[in-house]
Design a protein around this ligand. Structure first.
Ligand code: TXA
Ligand code: MG
Length: 311
């Protein structure tokens, strides 16, 4: 069932059931993070391997102390300026967090989403919410309640509709080693913004499987239709069985999606996953996708396009 009733969502979560929640990045498939049975059903519904840990969501910075042992100085600075917002912190986990949530790792991923509806829900709950993106494992993340409904609607108690996600790509994941800030996933908070606050970071967000962040497998966020990176439009076959995903150019094709006519990164990120889904739904032979300039939110957009292209 899809609706906008926060009390209904709260009741289901308190009963140990799963609810899809809106965030500023993508929709999450949420359950009580402190209840191993609820967490287990998240893995089951998503068909997600148990070695891929979940992000724990809460509404206020002070509440982080309920599930982390330590917050390094630079994490404090980032949290002060960037939360609520599209950034996730890897921090030493407290005993209260079940090992299932972190796949046995000693760090827990925590985040404060910037979405009115979910902040209200979280503030009324006595526990934090474990929530991966609300898509079947390996598929494109959902940015509307309808996306969730189409794929997981039958398997979850409630979908809390908070409209289309503003940012449109997942949170940036940061970890800390001594004084060094490490970026493990490029996302909704640009690296340039993080570096303004804490100086140079190390980027360990590979496009292949990452042992520190096991979920960051190469073929992720992928449509069912084969997707090829488009280096040069001239090489794209002339066929109505081909889809084209472009940044701002209108290539005049029958099946094409333009992410932002004005070349605006925020608009392009906001549109990315919905555009991929629309092209995927056409059952075409192949999608050709163009990379965007590699800066600002463009790095997160390109990361998603490259992963979608990995066979
Ligand atoms: O924007 C987001 O972060 C969305 C919304 C719903 O909050 N959530 C999201 O969750 O993207 P998910 O599960 O699709 O991606 C979380 C990533 C995974 O790649 C996982 O491997 C990594 O975070 N992760 C979680 N806990 C970790 C940990 N302790 N150490 C390293 N990586 C971790
Ligand atoms: Mg995901």
């Amino acid at each position: 069932m899809t609706g906008t009733d926060i009390q209904q969502a709260k009741a289901f979560l308190e009963a140990g059931e799963l609810v899809a929640i809106p965030t500023e990045t993508v929709y999450g498939l949420a359950g009580n993070a402190l209840d191993p049975a609820a967490v287990l059903s998240i893995f089951r519904v998503k068909n997600r391997p148990a070695f891929d840990p979940l992000i724990v969501h809460t509404n206020a910075f002070e509440r982080l102390w309920e599930f982390v042992r330590e917050i390094p100085e630079k994490a404090l600075v980032l949290a002060e300026h960037l939360t609520p917002g599209p950034i996730t912190f890897l921090l030493p986990k407290a005993e209260s967090v079940p090992d299932l949530v972190t796949s046995g790792l000693d760090t827990v991923a925590v985040r404060i989403p910037r979405h009115e509806v979910s902040l209200s829900l979280l503030s009324q709950l006595a526990f934090p919410l474990a929530a991966p993106s609300a898509n079947p494992f390996g598929y494109i993340s959902p940015t509307t309640a309808q996306h969730v409904e189409q794929q997981l609607g039958k398997q979850i108690a409630y979908i809390l509709d908070g409209g289309a996600c503003e940012v449109g790509v997942e949170s940036t994941i940061v970890g800390f080693e001594g004084d060094q800030v490490i970026v493990y996933r490029k996302g909704g908070t640009p690296i340039e913004r993080i570096e303004q606050l804490v100086g140079p970071v190390e980027v360990r967000a590979h496009s292949s499987s990452n042992p520190q962040a096991p979920g960051m497998l190469k073929s992720h966020y992928a449509p069912r239709t084969p997707l090829t990176l488009m280096n040069d439009f001239v090489s794209v076959p002339h066929s109505d069985r081909i889809g084209v995903l472009s940044f701002q150019n209108d290539y005049g094709r029958l099946h094409q999606e333009i992410l932002s006519i004005t070349g605006d990164f925020a608009e392009a990120a906001h549109n990315l996953f919905a555009a991929m889904r629309r092209l995927d739904a056409l059952g075409l032979d192949r999608i050709y996708a163009e990379l965007v300039p590699e800066r600002d939110l463009g790095t997160a957009i390109n990361d998603r396009i490259r992963r979608a292209a990995a066979e």
